[in-house]
Write a protein that binds this ligand. Structure first.
Ligand SMILES: Nc1ncnc2c1ncn2[C@@H]1O[C@H](COP(=O)(O)OP(=O)(O)OP(=O)(O)O)[C@@H](O)[C@H]1O
Ligand SMILES: [Mg+2]
Length: 231
């Protein structure tokens, strides 16, 4: 349930029960307004559930703050990233890394997300960045953090087709090298295709979950009508 000034106590998520194993790559998909971002925000601590528990590595984090969860190893990349006027890209990446990351290290990460470091390292993370540039910089901060659990909310949104292929490589690398659990909310078949498991959320509920080999064919043969039994 989420509070909002206009829409007090609107129930968004219902009976969500989801276990994410260490080192797994999970893709969450489903129709617009289904509750995917809300679930991501509940995991990150941005929204608080009214019922139920969130257990992370055996610890109940339901009441833990966003900061505590971030320190425990949860990273979240917003569907619509936040802009930070007055902070340069290099300092945001260094801040995310949380240690003495060198400028060269920050440049390497920018290159990984397809941005020419020379052009971006001194830019401010303000309104002058395009949507796709901002999205990539946010992904760079998640790479810099190198946490065990990374939640990406529609990372492909606004990313051009050429870079999209490289972005997929970034996720695969993160998954293989760091053994991170990666949760990606996506509508893109190519991202669903690299996941170990796909979770379909609609009407605030998990409508389907399982191996991609079981779920993807069913999703792709949709006829365009609503195949989910939403309320
Ligand atoms: N703070 C809020 N107050 C009221 N309604 C909200 C709030 N946050 C989300 N909602 C509503 O909850 C529903 C789920 O929203 P959510 O952003 O989780 O969907 P989504 O699955 O991420 O959709 P999309 O694919 O469009 O990103 C939507 O109907 C949305 O309008
Ligand atoms: Mg969303």
């Amino acid at each position: 349930m989420v509070d909002d000034e206009k829409d007090k106590h609107k129930e968004i998520l219902k009976n969500i029960s989801l276990k994410i194993e260490d080192g797994k790559f999970i893709a969450i998909t489903g129709p617009n307004g289904g509750g995917k971002s809300t679930l991501a925000k509940v995991i990150a601590g941005i929204e608080k559930p009214t019922k139920g528990k969130i257990i992370y590595n055996g610890t109940d984090i339901t009441e833990a703050s966003i900061t505590d969860r971030a320190r425990m190893g949860i990273s979240y990349a917003f569907q619509q990233p936040v802009r930070f006027k007055g902070i340069q890209v290099k300092n945001l990446i260094k801040l995310a890394a949380g240690d003495n990351m060198s400028i060269a290290g920050a440049c390497d990460i920018l290159s990984e997300v397809g941005l020419c470091a020379r052009d971006y390292i001194n830019r401010e993370v303000d309104a002058s960045l395009s949507g796709g540039e901002l999205k990539r910089i946010e992904i760079a901060t998640i790479i810099a953090r190198g946490t065990k659990t990374c939640v990406f909310d529609e990372p492909e949104a606004g990313i051009d087709l050429w870079s999209f292929k490289n972005l997929i490589k970034v996720f695969e690398k993160m998954h293989n090298e760091k053994d991170s659990s990666i949760i990606i909310i996506s509508h893109q078949e190519r991202i669903l295709n690299i996941a170990d498991e796909i979770v379909v959320i609609a009407g605030g509920e998990i409508k389907d979950k399982g191996k991609k080999t079981d779920i993807l064919p069913e999703l792709l043969q949709g006829t365009g009508g609503c195949k989910f039994n939403c309320d």
